[in-house]
Every structure is written in structure tokens, then in C-alpha cells.
Design a protein around this ligand. Sequence first.
Ligand code: ADP
Ligand code: MG
Length: 644
Amino acid sequence: MSKLSVKDVPVSGKRVLVRVDFNVPLDENQQITDDSRILGALPTIRYLAEHKARTILCSHLGRPKGKFVPEMSLAPVAKRLQELLPGLNISFASDVIGEDAKKKAAELRDGEVLLLENLRFHAEEEKNDSKFAKALADYAELYVSDAFGTVHRAHASTEGVAHYLPAVCGFLIEKELDVMGKALSDPERPFVALLGGKKVRDKIGVIRNLLNKCDTLLIGGGMCYTFYKAMGLNIGNSVLDEESIDLAKTLLDEAKKKGVRMLLPVDCVVGKEFKNDTEILTISYDEIPDGYIGMDIGEKTDELYAQIIREAGTVVWNGPLGVFEFDNFAQGSEAIARACAECEGITIIGGGDSAAAIAKFGLSDKMSHISTGGGASLEFLEGKTLPGIACLLDKPERKKLIAGNWKMNMNRDETKVLVEELIPLVSESACDIVVCPPFVDLSCAAKRVKGTNIHLGAQNVHWAAKGAFTGEISADMLKNIGVEYAIIGHSERRQYFGETDETVNMRVKAALENELIPIVCVGETLEQREAGITDSFLAGQVRALYNGITADKAETIIIAYEPIWAIGTGKTATDEEANRTIGAIRSVVAELYGAAFAEQTRILYGGSMNAKNAAGLKSMPEIDGGLIGGASLKAEDFAKVIKA
Ligand code: ADP
Ligand code: MG
């Protein structure tokens, strides 16, 4: 379940409390030695300022343990922030919930930013004290969480405030959830997990969780010696996690049972002493001599692992493969970091030391995603519920809908048979199901579907309520016999019957007047596609269909994207193409009615969706179902599309 983000809710003119991670390292003169955390927070701050919010930033810095410690003031951060955002008006409060902060917060104007003093000057912060949380919440009308590094802790500013304010995530957290969430729930395969670091114990949760999801698990770092020990091998003076020896055995067995390929290093770099300049040997994993310490993976292992990583669809890496802090034992981590850089799949780095290692090799910008939360990313990879994430509002899930457009097929008797065949096949289905037979069959079909989970739609509706319109059918007539949906502006109507954007809009209005749910079709021709004007053409159709309709009325409208070049031709858009285009349509809806509205608007794909391709298309995040032609004319085929 994804979370609402700052761009899904109105912020203009609102007071917004933002929890950021400004826990930057300072030297003895209170100079910031690394401002990457401040840089990470800029997109959300910029967005809020540009959208005329009144932004109140809060963060912790260091461990002042509930006392005012001048050396841990956020004042240098305020100064740096102003240098980074010279166009903004940024002020700094000398306290958190005291007079100065209250006064400055009250004086904030649209587009201005205030940074509060260090949250941990109050012991109540880490205790998640409800009065303190309420005092923070009182500053604002909206809470934005953007400090991923602290979401695994339930503190007043990370969890408590969400009890008093609508809570959404900022861009930093949104990206963390998107990338890591997708890797865990629906990874591109092969999915390779790479785990290093010092102790098995620290990573048990991650190993267990990833064992259920990955195809290959590569082990390195200090933890591999506990596995060797479990296999009865000599490990010299290498780091050993005594307590975890049995566990290491169990994990090896679990991997075998689950059919996950779990590899340990085939060679090791060992040192006489735990320091950079020491006597060094590279030996096979089963020949570690007494008196030596395993410090890094060897070159054969580099090659073996690198090959697997280069071919991966997803790599999740947590924990360095050797004592990378010593240059002589950094080559394994570096070789693997280079393989990640060369990998064309998604590469995700979780863990503070792993991120530091990759930065040391200058490869940070070659990774798809480096998590900004050390402990938080670890807990995320363990599959744990993070309190600072759980408290954020869920993004509403759009219910999938499958509508069958029978076009000019099926007489009344055939309709009766088809509907009766369909009913038992789809009675358990969780998605909305609509069938759209020809007008003359609707009455008969209405009787059959009564009391089932199948709903009825018409293939068109006239814009006038009644009168001299020979051959037409009004919305009221349809409603009267139990029809709930109406397809409007199908490409065939646009192509053969002179349907225009204006008449589509008129029909939509008539349908809404009578509480029929419009399924409005848009789509581009082959020529338009080849001329590269797909998006602008569709945007025009979308704007036209909503013309003059207020948001409260427009809410029920469903859009069906039908690439005309894919109808009846057997050609289909790829899943990604269809998803991208529907995303573009959604952003036009967002321009018209706002992002939150667009998030709730259902957009179907209609263009030769069938039993074979339905699962792929329906699994795309932007695609909310399908408008099905040919494949809806056989109960079995249609049921397959519905259940896919
Ligand atoms: P992360 O912060 O990325 O989650 P960890 O904290 O689990 O990673 O592990 C990082 C530490 O593991 C590093 O300090 C590194 O020196 C240490 N380490 C890696 N390999 C070994 C080894 N063979 N022996 C001892 N320590 C090791
Ligand atoms: Mg660490």
C-alpha cells in the first residue's frame, strides 16, 4: 500500500510541519563537514515554497539528551540552508515550542520557511510525549515526514504528531518507499541480494526476509566466517559470531529448501593483524591458516559475484564485503560496487557503511538508489513495520474495473446465454465487472444480472433528455431499466458516426445528470502516434470531455484509453507504453482538478486486452482495468481477463 505524498494534497497558504533529517556532522567550530542530508531535503522544501506553503522545518542533531547544548544547535544548518536556497526567506527559531518559535511561526507568510531548534533539546521528543507532539502539531495544518533515517523510531516528531495532523510523506521518503517497496514486492528478476557487514546477528532479519524473495543470495564481509564455522571449517582469528553458528546452519538449510542459490566466498584475503599494513595472503575459503584474520573476499569471488550482479534485474546490497576502511581490504567491496555500476537493472544500497564504501569509491551516482536511512533501511529490508511510515495516510487504492463492450454483436437470446455462463465464472471476483450489450438486449440482461456482481452498461447515450431525436436513447431511459454505466466517445463512434469532442462532452453531462457512470474513451491514431503527438492529442481529448463539469460531479467519470492503432489489429501497446500513456492522461486530470482527484480517477486500458496480456497490463500501477472488445464475447475468455 503506498502512501499519500506532499504532491497529492493542497499546500498553498497552509502551515506545514516538515520533519527533515538535518543530523549533519559538525566539526569543533560548528562547521558542517558534510551537507548531503541538507541537500536531500531540498526537493520537498523547494516544492512547498514554490507552492506557497508556510513551511516549519524540524529535526534533531546529535544526542543532546533532553538538554540545551549550544554545540548541537541547528543554527549552522539554518545558515547553510539559506546559502543553498538564496531565493527563499528562511528564519531560525532559538527554541522548539517556546516563545521565539511560536512568534516566528505565527509571522510566517506564504512561501516562507522557518527552522525550529534541535528537537532533542526536549527529552519529550524521544519519549514520544503526547503533549510535546501536540505542541508541534499546533504549528500546522499538515505534517510532512521526510526524514527516512528516523522512521524506524516512534518519536514525537516522527510518529506522535501524526495523531493530530493529516500526515503525508515528502519526496525523499516517497522515493525510498517506491524503490525499496517495489524491490521487495515486485522485483525485476533475477533478484540478487548481497549481504555483508560484520555480524550474522545484525542481519538475520534481512537474510530471512530476502530469502523469501530473492533468486540468489550472495554472502560476504565478516559474517561469512560464521557460516564457514558452521560448515566445520577453520577460520583462524576471523570475526566469529559464536551465538549465531546454529542459525547460520539453519539459514543454509532454509535456502536449500526454498530453492534460493546462496553463495559464500570461494576465496578470502586474510591479514596477520587487524590493520591496513599487515602481512596479507589470498587463499581458498577452506585454507584459512591459524593466526590469520579474514578481511576481504578474494579475486575469484569478485569475479563470481560480479558476473551474477551484472546480469541481475534487481540488486539489494547491505553491508560491505570486507574491512573497506583499510585500503588494502577494500578491493572486494570496490569490485562489487563496480559490478553494480555496470548492472543495467535496479541497484539499491541500504546501510550506512555500505553507502560510505560506495562514496569512497566515487560510485554513488552510478547506483539506482542509495537509501538515506541506515537502521531504517535495514528494518525496511527486514519487512518490519516502521512506525514513522505506518502513521502516514494511505494512498486510496483504485478498484479495478473490467468492462466488456460487445459492440454490435449478440442478439437477445445470445446475450441471455452469455450472461448466464458468465455469472458463476466471476462470482468471486474482487474487481468491478460491467457488460455492455447492444441497447435492445439491455432489458433482458438486466433481469439476469440482478443480485449478481455484474453491472450493466450501454454503448452510447444521447445528450438530450427527450424529444425529437429519432433513433436515439436517453440517459433516463437507460437508468430506468437498471443500466449503471455508459460508454461514451468510443473510437468507432468517433470514426464512423461523426462523434466529436463536443458531443462527447454533452453526452458525459447527460449521463452524470442521470447518475450513469460514464466510461469515456480517448485514443490516438497510428498517424498521430508516429508523428509523436500522442500526449498532446490525448490531453486535448481529456480536457474536452471534462469541459464545464465541476469536480464533485466529475468524480465518477472513468476514462478508457484506447490506442486506435491497437483496436482490432491484434497490436497492443506494451505494458510499459500503456502505463506511461495512462500516467500522462492522469497528469492532465491532475492539472484540471488537482493531484488528489487524479489519484482517485480510474483509467482503463482498451486496445486488444485479452486473456493472455491482461495480467501484465492490470499489474501496471497506472492501469485500473480494461475496456474489452473481442475477448468479452466468450464467457470463458472474459472471465480469464477479469480474474487475471
Ligand atoms: P551497513 O552499515 O552498510 O549496514 P554494517 O554496519 O553491517 O554495514 O557493517 C559494516 C562493517 O562491517 C564495516 O565497518 C566493515 O569494516 C565491517 N566488516 C566487513 N568485513 C569484515 C570482516 N571481514 N571482518 C570484520 N569486519 C568486517
Ligand atoms: Mg553500519
